[in-house]
Design a protein around this ligand. Structure first.
Ligand SMILES: *[C@@H]1O[C@H](CO)[C@@H](O)[C@H](O)[C@H]1NC(C)=O
Ligand SMILES: *[C@@H]1O[C@H](CO)[C@@H](O)[C@H](O)[C@H]1NC(C)=O
Ligand SMILES: *[C@@H]1O[C@H](CO)[C@@H](O)[C@H](O)[C@H]1NC(C)=O
Ligand SMILES: *[C@@H]1O[C@H](CO)[C@@H](O)[C@H](O)[C@H]1NC(C)=O
Length: 670
């Protein structure tokens, strides 16, 4: 009984002697979390858990050491047995030709003596090579051959380094299969490779074994099994870890898992927990002297991908543009002829460019457009309307307006509706609008227009009157223009007058609330009754034409923008004084037919009478202008009681009195 107790105590003592309290034993299946590592240089632990010693860049160096030192020399000179296993992965863009390699290292300091990048694996410097004070032990996994320098056997070898990079022993990388055959292992094949380094402190045998992790189990025979005395190399406390460097040739060097133990066999690595290795970065072109085929292919595929992306973007933009230019048709829009595709008008006006702008008015802007198909020049009016209801009804009338043909009406060639925009396509009038000729300003090119002769003026007025007769009486329904004015009278190449924008004001009336009908027209041309009732009739057109007659004859605006003088009142006053022809445009310097001038001015006053029923019809105006009917001597303008134009005691003006006074003034030589 006592013997058995003594035996147990002895075995306990023996165990305590064998296993030193300073033994180190750890396994890191990936380096996330608890791994106690000191890293420097290019080394870092990635999010995925892999320890990356270097990236695939030139002249990089990285180290990673287990944080605390490891007791390697026990009592006396006895070197501790140690065992380590780790999985590394060397990734070279292109698969081969990188460098320089990585090493398992045990060193007296975490700062390696004279370490530098390039071929020395970050272990030892050129000047410290072989110096006994280095205290560096390393097992190198070398992927580059330093020509003539380090006695290296090839560019894919495993070696044991003692204070020097000239290996004490090295072998081409590989493993011995169970049948004794040696299977080469390309170290930079981008496959995880497991390595085992075992040192027996008593027998002083160092074993190094490697195998790709895809090999089912650890090869029984080591790649290297060499008697090595580490006692001159090892100090009592050593730091264990990894070192790697790149030089002119480069690879990414990874350690994925690490198990280490002193005084016993290292724990097995759980290969199922290996962290992923990041995909290799695109190879730097300076990596080697010539651009390799692989790099070329990679570059070409990058360019091809870019081209595809650019093509896709261009196609998407084109489709968007097409969609943006496409018309959305409502059913009712299809019924009407002369409908232009928006795209065509967009192109014709160069995208409604400002340089194509002919003018802008109350209803919208007018652009010059050249139709691609025919080469015809058009005037394209763009109207923005908020009242879509009014727009719909107006567009319904376009078919009717589009069928109108009269030599004194601007021809409506077609239309297009898009969202809130209505586009009306008219024939192009090369000489612009009448007001620019009358007032000699703002022609398209900014040059003053030549003065209109009296004959031209009368012809223009006859034309406008004829156009209005057509609208009022000759078309299948009565069309009230609503906006007769000098800027709506356009002049063709022959200086013939064409009335434009007819019916356009209807657009606004359609959209307006009937209770608060919007007054449409232009100040100075609007008859008194339209301001009160808001209802446009043919008589309101006649009033506006009367103002136009005076404007053209006198060369003055209906309301002088500077003095504010009302043209109608001023001519009436001259008429009452019996000096009607005094109103005729001074710039004509008397080059006009006096009788004709008197007629035009008289008709202007007759048409612009306050009482609408007193005004003649457009047909009658035409007949007077054309001389088909002579003005009756007793023709008289009776000023209404509510006439805003005051004449003191005079309540009427007669044709004969105008003539008489005029004649008298001539006779009297006044
Ligand atoms: C890591 O190592 C250092 C020594 O380098 C030590 O001080 C520290 O306690 C260790 N940390 C852990 C968590 O083991
Ligand atoms: C070895 O290194 C030590 C310290 O770095 C230095 O003092 C010594 O001169 C070196 N020996 C040789 C032979 O270079
Ligand atoms: C080293 O390998 C030899 C031959 O396979 C073997 O006999 C010995 O036990 C190994 N030593 C260690 C420490 O693994
Ligand atoms: C390898 O190291 C041993 C001592 O550990 C030494 O005897 C042997 O000469 C060395 N061999 C070479 C080639 O350096």
């Amino acid at each position: 009984m006592a013997f058995r107790v003594r035996l147990a105590v002895l075995s306990l003592l023996a165990r305590c002697l064998l296993c030193s309290p300073a033994d180190v034993d750890f396994v890191y299946n990936g380096f996330r979390g608890a791994a106690n590592l000191t890293v420097d240089g290019s080394a870092s632990v990635l999010h995925g858990g892999a320890l990356r010693l270097t990236t695939d860049g030139n002249y990089l160096m990285g180290h990673a050491f287990f944080g605390p030192p490891v007791r390697m020399v026990l009592g006396g000179d006895a070197v501790a047995s140690f065992s380590t296993a780790f999985v590394f992965d060397i990734v070279t863009a292109g698969g081969r030709g990188g460098g320089a390699g990585l090493a398992f290292v045990a060193a007296a300091s975490k700062v390696l003596p004279g370490a530098s990048p390039s071929l020395y694996l970050g272990l030892i410097g050129k000047d410290t090579m072989g110096n006994a004070s280095n205290h560096v032990f390393a097992v190198e996994f070398d992927t580059a051959q330093a020509p003539g320098l380090l006695n290296e056997i090839n560019d894919n070898h495993v070696g044991v380094d003692l204070n020097s990079l000239v290996s004490n022993v090295s072998e081409p990388a590989g493993y011995f299969a169970d049948d004794g055959r040696k299977v080469p292992v390309p170290l930079e094949s981008r496959q995880p490779i497991q390595a085992w380094v075992d040192y027996d402190g008593r027998s002083k045998i160092l074993n190094v074994t490697i195998a790709p992790v895809s090999v089912a189990s650890r090869p029984r025979r080591p790649l290297i099994s060499q008697p090595i005395d580490l006692s001159p190399i090892f100090k009592q406390d050593m730091y264990v870890g990894f070192s790697a460097a790149t030089g002119k040739l480069a690879s990414s060097h990874y350690v994925l898992s690490w198990s280490f133990r002193t005084g016993g066999a290292a724990q097995s690595i759980d290969l199922s927990q290996l962290p992923e290795v990041p995909k290799p970065p695109p190879p730097p072109l300076s990596n080697s002297g010539s651009i390799s085929a692989a790099i070329m292919i990679a570059a070409l595929s990058c360019v091809a991908t870019l081209l595809v992306i650019v093509a896709a973007i261009v196609a998407a933009l084109w489709l968007r543009q097409r969609a943006a230019l496409a018309d959305t048709l409502e059913e009712w829009e299809l019924d009407h002829p002369h409908r232009f595709p928006y795209k065509e008008l967009y192109k014709a006006t160069k995208g409604f460019k400002n340089s194509e702008l002919l003018g802008a008015g109350g209803f919208g802007e007018v652009y010059r457009g050249v139709l691609r198909r025919s080469g015809d020049v058009m005037a394209i009016k763009r109207i923005s309307s908020n009242g879509s209801q009014g727009m719909r009804e107006f567009v319904a009338e376009i078919a009717s307006l589009g069928r109108m043909r009269h030599r004194n009406l601007v021809e409506l060639r077609g239309w297009c509706k898009r969202g809130q925009d209505l586009l009306l396509v008219y024939e192009f009038m090369p000489n612009g609008s009448l007001d620019t000729h009358l007032f000699g300003c703002r022609a398209g090119d900014g040059e003053p227009r030549p003065l209109l002769s009296w004959e031209q003026r009368v012809r223009i007025l006859r034309g406008v009157a004829s156009g209005l007769v057509y609208l009022h009486e000759e078309w299948e329904q009565v069309v009230v223009h609503r906006d007769v004015k000098a800027s709506n009278v356009l002049l063709g190449a022959d200086m013939g007058a064409r009335l434009g924008d007819f019916g356009l004001a209807r657009l606004y009336e359609h959209g307006a609330d009937p209770a608060t009908t919007r007054v449409v027209g232009t100040l100075g041309y609007m008859s008194p009754e339209i301001v009160v009732t808001g209802r446009a009739t043919t008589a309101t057109d006649v009033f506006a034409f009367g103002v136009l007659l005076l404007e053209v004859a006198c060369g003055c605006r209906p309301i002088d923008p500077v003095t504010g003088v009302n043209l109608v009142r001023w001519v009436r006053e001259l008429g009452v004084k019996g000096d009607l022809v005094h109103a005729v445009d001074e710039r004509l310097e008397g080059r006009y037919d006096v009788e004709e001038a008197k007629l035009v001015l008289w008709l202007g006053l007759v048409c612009s009478q306050t009482r609408p029923e007193a005004r003649p019809t457009m047909r009658q105006v035409c007949q007077y202008l054309d001389g088909e009917v002579d003005m009756q001597e007793e023709a008289m303008i009776v000023f209404a009681d509510d006439d805003p134009v005051e004449f003191g005691s005079k309540a009427s003006l007669t044709w004969s009195s105008c003539a008489t006074v005029s004649a008298g003034s001539l006779q009297g030589g006044r």
